[in-house]
Design a protein around this ligand. Sequence first.
Ligand code: AMP
Ligand code: ZN
Length: 733
Amino acid sequence: MLKLFNTLSKTTEEICTLDEGTIRMYTCGPTVYRYAHIGNLRTYMMADWIRRTLELEGLNVVHVKNITDVGHMRQELVETGGDKMILAALAEGKTIEQIAQFYADSFHEDEKRVNILPAHVYPWATDHIPEMISIVEKLVANGYAYEVNGNIYFDVEKFSDYGKLSRNFGGDLLEGVRVEADPLKKDPRDFTLWKSAEAGRDVKWESPWGEGFPGWHIECSAMAHKYLGETFDIHTGGVDNVFPHHEDEIAQSEAAFGSQHVTYWIHGQHLLADGAKMSKSAGNVFLLQDLIDRGFDPLAFRYLCGTVRYRHRMNFTFTSLKGAEKALTALRRKGQEWLEHNKTSVNVSSDCLAWKGKFWDSVNNDLGIPEAIAILWDMTRSSLPDNEKLELFNDFDRILGVGLTSFNPDKSISHDIGNSLEKRTGLRIDKQYTEADAVRTDIISAGFDVQDGHTSTQLRPKTRYEQIEAKWPSVSASREVASLLEEPPIYDYSFILNAYNYVSDIQRCVQSILRNSTAYSTEVIVVDNGSTDGTGDWLEEFAGECSSLKVIHCDHVIGDAAGKNIGLKQARGKNIIIIDASTEVTGDLLNFVGQYLSDEEIGILGPYGLSTDDMQHFHEEVDKGYADAIQAYCMAFRRDALLSVGLMNEGYRFYRNLDIDYSFQFKDKGYSVFADSTLPLVRHEHRQWTELDDNQRDELSRKNFGRFLKRWGQRADLLLNADGKAFETGFRH
Ligand code: AMP
Ligand code: ZN
């Protein structure tokens, strides 16, 4: 019997049905004017495990998952100033309905790719406006709601159970913080059921209170009621839904229908990415497609989710995803092996039953999938006969859903490869090992893994990820890269370039560096920061012809500071120049760099200096002279200074303001910052910046600026005008 932690009772309870044999379950579904990210998918996967477990118990599960479409979209868009993608689609003449359909399709596709069983009903919010209105009317009629100027509010004071789910009795605090508290409410805890349409709004509906649109929470009450009745068994969502969304849903539904809304409230904890909350500004919102683009099997993500209990926060990293992909591939290979050799029917032994029992006990114990996976591995390594192991794989996969016995069905061994394999076996028998190895290399490059056994050779198609890894190894974090900073320099100059897509910019920049440094001992380190546009291929190809180019690939976008730190750790030049792909070297840059940096007092040098009087406004007005900071387009410094200055702060995933921060690190160690705008370098369009919309720029910059101020805001002593003199451009020598 499945036991789950119920947020309502704060205890782990056995799931008992209201109706014999049937479970009615509602899952708060996606908002479809953006893509669902892997965190959302984790929450839907939790619901999928619950659903599968109950079905395997023999229960009939009726699963409803709503689609939140355009209802309150406009409101959020107004608040955030509009989403670039949506505005573009609207400008192209697409309707809001078409946009919603697009994201809904993509959501269904993602669910399918991670093997989440489709819900039986996917009701769309805007198809249920009459149902919502009817609940609101009921609440007005029985005194739980009141009207002010065409708005209807729920009267929290009247509902004595308010707060029973979240234990949050403070009410709509979140709303109060986010937007100006609504002065029309009697009590700040009251929440909106229906809102009158402001002038110019085109998404609106007729109602008894005039034209308007529904509040956010009412949609789930209406759809749950319509498809599952007044009281049903299970309601799921992410922890952020507990308050206010689910608290308010309980209040509305129970006040309208007079009976308990839901027996079991189950909430999944959040997924973090690279240790931080996923957010656009941190640049760590990953979609399932991002994983697929990088060669991963989406089911490896499903496996990975299985390794962390749903009630615990999960930190997603590409290192852990690689581990999951590897583990899953190893299991599938076992499954495939047993499948090939064991076609006989199974006589289940008591050992086999014991493994089965242990596995399902773990699953039933508040979805102990991590424990169940550990048992799966123990069983795999046990002395159980292979045919029984196979039987258990099939059984366990009914909940795990990761395809344990279906390995790469799309790639079979072709006639040619079969011939090559035979040829190689012949060569090995003749002890012609060199020739045999050459054939082996051909087979591997055709995408197969070759495993020699005692008597025969097994061929396994490589997974896509293994093929990419074979092409070029990659790192998932800067800590995976060794630091060579303590080693002596072996070049005069190291260029470091952080590459993230825009391959033509990277080509222009790298070629301009090479053209202008032939007279010097130079290396160019390019950190491919998770590009997916062919940048990685070009770099590999070019590095093959150019011995001074060194390429390090990251398997995802690890962020600007982390990428540059990889370059810094690997650099072996006496002087280092960090350069941006949007720039082009036009002359003898290294001569200048060498001369300036021979002055030990100068810490960082660059063509684009910044000055500030107040740490708030940075001006680009330094032509030649001391500055407060050097901009990221080009910053040069001596490598030995890094021993005291250190590496960059990896909290900066986006490049902006990282340059100021790093300049201050130099100043903090007593170095000065020097700018000379005559250095031979030009700037081209900075596409990382120009291709963002105003909102994104604001958000990304603001967060990083906050980081800078927090660290250096009290250090006015580091400013050029620290002695109170107004800042002057020009030499202070
Ligand atoms: P939304 O599309 O924002 O309404 O979210 C859909 C579902 O995903 C809700 O149940 C959220 O609680 C859940 N969710 C949102 N962010 C995360 C996250 N980072 N990790 C896990 N679940 C999340
Ligand atoms: Zn909901």
